[in-house]
Design a protein around this ligand. Structure first.
Ligand SMILES: [Fe+2]
Ligand SMILES: [Fe+2]
Length: 279
């Protein structure tokens, strides 16, 4: 007897001990007795069709593609504010740092075709869900542990090297990059800014740097944000470490796959999921 889509969502939440399904995660087409799953970072219409044609009981994605998971996505950005205030950024400064991102995500969701991919799964009656924040939180804890295990006088370069030994990051074809700062910068106080919907761009990193954080970790960042931050903080001993998007998402999604296989759901991985995972 396989699992239901709700039980599979629950497996991903249990990884981090959460009760509630976050706003960026949803079951688009529900199903029961799931014994096989095609799992990927991005599963959209073509991959849903592929899952259906190949006979998988479930298409399981990381990134949200529609419905509430896109429309209500700005709700998970509250986490950005929580992470910043936990590092001493005053609440009003944290809110201001994330205001533009909140507006962009709200406009993006509102203008998106939130029906597109889910409607394909409905037409095929292909069970389909995405789980986003919980696996990212799992990955955040892995990165946090790496930071906490380093000595008090560690450098930014030593942090980069330690992160690169995480199996997913080691196996990936992307490197861990130091986008702002030098390898011999003091690591100092580290903010692991992952599992907050998306990266916080220049404004969130700036808020951290201006309130005593020395090193910020993002899993991805845009070129414009890097350029802004370099201009302002390159000579200030501040560092921005970027671990690599898909490898970093794989850290949490591989843990979901391991947990599902333990429950008897046979998983095949595509689209970046499975990087660095031994099976
Ligand atoms: Fe992610
Ligand atoms: Fe992602």
């Amino acid at each position: 007897m396989g699992l239901s889509t709700d039980e599979i969502m629950r497996v991903s939440l249990d990884l981090v001990g959460w009760d509630d399904v976050p706003a960026d995660s949803t079951v688009y087409v529900s199903g029961d007795d799931i014994e096989t799953a095609l799992v990927g970072i991005d599963l959209e219409s073509p991959e849903i069709r592929l899952a259906h044609d190949l006979g998988y009981d479930l298409a399981l994605a990381h990134h949200p593609t529609g419905m509430g998971a896109r429309l209500d996505f700005p709700e998970v950005l509250d986490t950005q504010v929580e992470f910043m205030t936990a590092h001493g950024v005053p609440e009003d400064a944290a809110e201001e740092a994330v205001a533009d991102l909140r507006s962009r995500m709200d406009h993006g969701g509102h203008s998106s075709n939130y029906r597109h991919d889910p409607s394909v799964a409905e037409l095929l009656d292909q069970p389909y869900l995405n789980t986003h924040l919980a696996p990212d939180e799992y990955g955040r804890r892995v990165f946090r542990e790496v930071a906490d295990d380093l000595a008090g006088d560690a450098t930014a370069g030593e942090f980069v090297d330690a992160l690169a030994t995480i199996p997913e990051l080691e196996a990936a074809e992307t490197d861990v990059r130091l986008r702002v700062g030098d390898r011999d910068n003091d690591l100092g106080d580290v903010a692991v800014h992952h599992a907050a919907g998306t990266n916080g761009g220049a404004s969130v990193a700036r808020a951290y740097f201006e309130h005593g954080v020395d090193t910020v970790l993002y899993i991805h960042v845009g070129a414009g944000d890097t350029a802004e931050l370099r201009e302002e903080f390159a000579d200030a001993g501040k560092s921005l470490v970027v671990t690599g998007h898909i490898a970093s998402d794989a850290v949490g999604m591989n843990a979901v796959v391991d947990a599902l296989e333990e429950r008897g759901v046979e998983c095949d991985t595509i689209s970046g999921c499975g990087i660095g995972r031994d099976d």
